[in-house]
Ligand binder design. Structure first.
Ligand SMILES: [Zn+2]
Length: 208
């Protein structure tokens, strides 16, 4: 189960950014590519867009376009972020004393990490990010996501067990009646499994 929940943690390694899909003439054109690049999750709070919806996300300029117009369309300056993080981050920029961690230039987990719904900061930079984006105050949404995810992951494990047991019984079924009722039950459990797996993918942003 931990593997699936890990999708919502800050990564321990830097994200190797893929090639520039552009050039494009306006930032919004990068959004779908950024979504794919950053696995459908906000790079700053790790909330998946399956929760907030694609329209709840946007293109973040790490160095704000208002202060660095030359970087408004620079692929390495663009990140996938939820609108809440993007709004709180606003036009903040790193100074000589502290920087805002981002997943391409920094190992996010060195600076901050989640423990369940709680955010823990390890450096002044992680502390600044958590404060600026109000991560602690937004833990309610994270609690909701985690508890829903745990429920779906448990349901998936149970369904996979049920399916294996029913498939074993089908192999040794003696009568046509028994076979057809097992086949119907397998069909139903398979459909339920697909539904549960879609929910897990929605909550983690990761394909199963
Ligand atoms: Zn966010």
């Amino acid at each position: 189960m931990s593997g699936l929940l890990d999708a919502l943690l800050f990564p321990g390694e830097r994200h190797p950014r893929g090639p520039d899909p552009g050039p494009f003439s306006y930032p919004q054109a990068y959004k779908a590519y950024l979504r794919r690049e950053f696995r459908s999750k906000c790079v700053y709070c790790r909330v998946p867009d399956g929760i907030k919806g694609y329209e709840g996300f946007g293109v973040d300029h790490y160095l704000p376009a208002s202060r660095f117009p030359g970087l408004a369309l620079a692929w390495p300056n663009l990140f996938y972020a939820c609108n809440v993080c993007n709004t709180w981050k606003s036009d903040s920029v790193s100074t000589a004393g502290r920087f805002l961690p981002n997943p391409c230039d920094h190992r996010m987990a060195d600076h901050l990490q989640y423990r369940g719904a709680e955010v823990e900061t390890h450096t002044p930079h992680g502390e600044w990010l958590a404060e600026l984006l109000h991560l602690e105050e937004r833990k309610g949404l994270r609690e909701f996501i985690l508890s829903a995810l745990v429920g779906f992951v448990k349901a998936r494990i149970e369904l996979l067990g049920d399916l294996t047991a029913m498939e074993d019984r089908l192999e040794t079924a003696q009568s046509a009646d028994e076979r057809s009722s097992l086949e119907a039950a397998i069909q139903e459990a398979t459909e339920e499994l697909e539904r549960v797996e879609r929910q897990i993918e929605r909550l983690t942003g990761e394909p199963l």
